[in-house]
Each structure stands twice: as C-alpha cells, then as structure tokens.
Design a protein around this ligand. Structure first.
Ligand code: FE2
Length: 135
C-alpha cells in the first residue's frame, strides 16, 4: 500500500488513484505466470496514463505561470525516460523479477515522494490562481 497525500486539485487525485491502481494490477500480474503480452499491454497503459497526466499538470503550470515549472517538468521528463527505458528492457529481456522489483521499489518511492512534494505544492498554487479574487 502506498501512503501518499491528497492534493488540492481533484483531477490530480483522480489520476494518482488511477496510477496506483494500474501499478497494483501490474504487480499482481507479475506475481503470477502472466503472458508477456498482458504485461506489455498494462505497461503501455501505465506509460500512456503517466504521459497524459504529466502533460495536463504541465499545461496548468504554464497557464498559471508556476515559477518552479522547469524543476517539476524536469522531474516528469526524468521519470518518463526511466519508464520508457525499463519498458524497453522488459521487452528485450522478459525479466519479470527485475520489472517487479523496479515497480515495487523505485516507482513506488518515486510516486510517494513526487506527490508529497512537487504535486502537493503545485496543486495548491494552481488552485489559488484559479480561485476568483474577492470571492
Ligand atoms: Fe507531477
């Protein structure tokens, strides 16, 4: 179970829950004898979901002139590069243990850390910008 905070924007909380569910699903498939194609499909879904979620966060950061945008965007780019690299390695080696260890360890740690810090601060900033003044 990942322990991560809720942030100020609903769409982000919704996407985070979806990410956690997809990761859980992959981890449980990786614990049983699952055909490689099923793992490929789930991994592709997780990557697409992550890419779309990051793009939406980045769009809102730009729209609201979030000052540390480059830092947050840099963290997204780094994790997407790592995920793409891992997916390629998995397709090449078919090593379910390596994939499971990475998802269970690195990905889980990254997610909790990212949501607790960057997403938490970013959501609060964006929500404040979106609230009409004097309302
Ligand atoms: Fe983020």
């Amino acid at each position: 179970m990942l322990n991560y905070p809720q942030v100020t924007l609903d769409f982000m909380n919704h996407d985070h829950a979806e990410f956690v569910a997809l990761r859980d699903q992959l981890l449980s498939k990786l614990s049983s004898q699952t055909p490689a194609q099923t793992i490929n499909d789930l991994l592709t879904t997780l990557l697409q979901h992550t890419r779309q979620h990051f793009a939406e966060e980045e769009r809102l950061m730009c729209e609201t002139n979030f000052p540390p945008f480059p830092v947050h965007k840099g963290a997204h780019d780094a994790v997407l590069a790592d995920m793409t690299d891992r997916a390629m390695r998995w397709k090449r080696d078919g090593d379910q243990n390596a994939l499971r260890e990475w998802l269970d360890g690195d990905v889980g740690d990254w997610f909790v850390n990212h949501v607790s810090t960057m997403d938490f601060v970013t959501a609060r900033f964006i929500a404040a910008q979106q609230t009409p003044l004097g309302g």
